[in-house]
Ligand binder design. Structure first.
Ligand code: NAP
Ligand code: MG
Length: 496
């Protein structure tokens, strides 16, 4: 089903002309003068242009971040940083309708998804505001001969390079900006070329809220240019990367020059296991939206839906009906549930997987085609369900990053776990059951950073999430995340 009627919206004044890079508190043009079109994926139209920053611009941004790190910012007290984060919070809340609209225009997610991120953003900022005391000094006892005082510091790592993908920069930027502000680090962030506008506007608002110049810098541009330069840069102390495992492998190699600390949050092929005793009224929409949310462009998407044979046929039928009821369209329409994919390239990629799925013998149960009509100029694909999938098919092995669910039947818990863990990824998983023992056994045995029981995709920043296996390492959210922006340091003081 598609939506059509679009309300009149006023495009924010920010979305116009050619945006600069934000370096040292100033808008500057990229040194090369090159630009990239910012495209609205719902229409294919150009919204405005962003700078194609490269290594020369990254040099300037890192230098600005270094100056800020070594300047007065390093003397801000935890209380001052807390007040600053709360001021940023208030300014962003005042502008959140605009930010949500920019995100919808630039990356396609419906307003029905971007507007509620206001509450989530508020929670994240308040969490990081509560963490400004993380850079501590302890005085543990020692057993040294003589009179020694030993101090253990947790000190800010320095300049952080952040590289984030296009699937939700309004969310993704906070995993870098949040701990940077909380710990007194500084950051240079490189958003994805396909969705940079909400990050640029957020950073501008952060300056208005009083974030000192150079503490937060944004260099837009291509990954292989600006992103690579950031990963290689000898004066960047830490890289926080979110994206695909292939890019992550090149980041790891690029970062070896100065032994950067790295955090990698990568993709997945997460299993969502539905047992025969599950409440299907909840499990069907829960598992479906566990894949289709954000048009499937979600790292934790539960793309392999494992269903017990006893309920398999009923589950597939209900999944078909649910999938057909989802409203796909331009995200500006208030009733749109799913928007377009991010780009023509991503659309081609997803359509390619749909062909491969059919060719390898999966049964198309719903969806399966690009949407035309009013939506023909955008990058829309129907939410799609394949049934009769076996775990060795390409669509069950590779991350598609589109609204494509694969239903895989199983006979008992052992088989379900064998299939669930037969993947190189380990980001997330889900279990639907009314049996407490099943819930515990399965959530314990699924080798992944997050397991949801009778729900999917919920996230509390004070608990956080992270990957296992080829889904990366490091933790986002919670105290661990803040601590990963700090390094330990011992001081031995001879008092005699
Ligand atoms: P991607 O191609 O790896 O791109 C991610 C970011 O890396 C973009 O900013 C990209 O820039 C940049 N980049 C590309 N090549 C680079 C290089 N050689 N050096 C440094 N940076 C480089 O990933 P994507 O396809 O955009 O995003 C989808 C992936 O992100 C999926 O695998 C998804 O699962 C994952 N993801 C993971 C999480 C998580 O928290 N685990 C969250 C969201 C998404 P350009 O795009 O401008 O070239
Ligand atoms: Mg765009």
């Amino acid at each position: 089903m598609t939506t059509m009627e679009l309300p009149k919206v006023e495009v924010p004044a920010f979305v116009a002309g050619t945006k600069g890079l934000l370096i040292g508190g100033q808008w500057v043009a990229p040194r090369s003068g090159r630009t990239i079109d910012a495209i609205n994926p719902a229409t294919g139209e150009t919204l405005c242009r962003i700078g194609a920053g490269d290594a020369a611009d990254v040099d300037l941004a890192v230098a600005a971040a270094r100056r800020a790190f070594e300047g007065s910012w390093s003397r801000w007290t935890p209380h001052e940083r807390r007040k600053l984060i709360l001021r940023v919070h208030d300014v962003l809340m005042d502008h959140f309708d605009e930010l949500a609209l920019i995100e919808t225009l630039d990356m396609g997610a419906p307003l029905a998804r971007t507007r509620p991120l206001r509450e989530w953003t508020s929670q994240v900022l308040q969490f990081y505001a509560s963490q400004t005391g993380a850079a501590t000094v302890e005085t543990p006892p020692n057993s040294l001969p003589g009179d020694f005082l030993t101090l253990k510091h947790k000190a800010p790592v320095g300049v952080v390079g952040g590289v984030i993908p296009w699937n939700g920069p309004l969310i993704g930027q906070w995993w870098i900006f949040g701990p940077t502000l909380a710990t007194g680090c500084t950051a240079v962030i490189k958003p994805a070329e396909d969705a940079s506008l909400s990050v640029l506007r957020t950073a501008e608002l952060m300056l208005e809220a009083g974030v000192p110049e150079g503490v937060i810098n944004v260099v837009t541009g291509y990954g292989r240019e600006a992103g690579q330069a950031l990963a290689e840069h000898m004066d960047v102390d830490r890289v926080a990367f979110t994206g695909s495992y292939l890019t992550a492998q090149s980041i790891v190699r690029a970062s070896a020059g100065n032994m950067k600390r790295i955090q990698l949050e990568l993709g997945g092929k997460s299993p969502d296991i539905v047992f025969a005793d599950a409440d299907l009224d909840k499990a069907v929409p829960g598992a479906a939206m566990g894949v289709f949310t954000n048009s499937g462009q979600v790292c934790v998407a539960g793309t392999r839906i494992l269903v017990h044979r006893a309920i398999h046929d009923e589950f597939v039928e209900r999944m078909q009906a649910f999938t057909r009821s989802i409203r796909v369209g331009n995200g500006l329409a208030p009733d749109t549930q799913l928007g377009p994919l991010i780009s023509q390239r991503q659309l081609d990629r997803v359509l390619g997987y749909l062909e491969v799925g059919a060719r390898e013998g999966a049964r198309l149960a719903a969806g399966g085609t690009r949407l035309g009509g009013d939506l023909a100029s955008g990058f829309f694909v129907e939410p799609t369900v394949f049934a009769g999938v076996s775990n060795d098919m390409t669509i069950a092995r590779e991350e598609i990053f589109g609204p494509v669910a694969s239903i895989i039947p199983f006979g008992d818990m052992d088989e379900a776990l064998r299939i669930a863990n037969d993947t190189p990824f380990g980001l997330a998983g889900g279990v639907w059951t009314r049996n407490l023992s099943t819930a515990h056994k399965v959530s314990r045995a699924v080798r992944a950073g997050t397991v949801w029981v009778n729900c999917y995709g919920v996230l509390d920043p004070s608990i956080g999430f992270g990957g296992h296996k080829m889904s990366g390492y490091g933790w986002k959210g919670a105290r661990e995340h803040v601590d990963s922006f700090l390094y330990p340091k011992a001081v031995y003081m001879n008092l005699d």
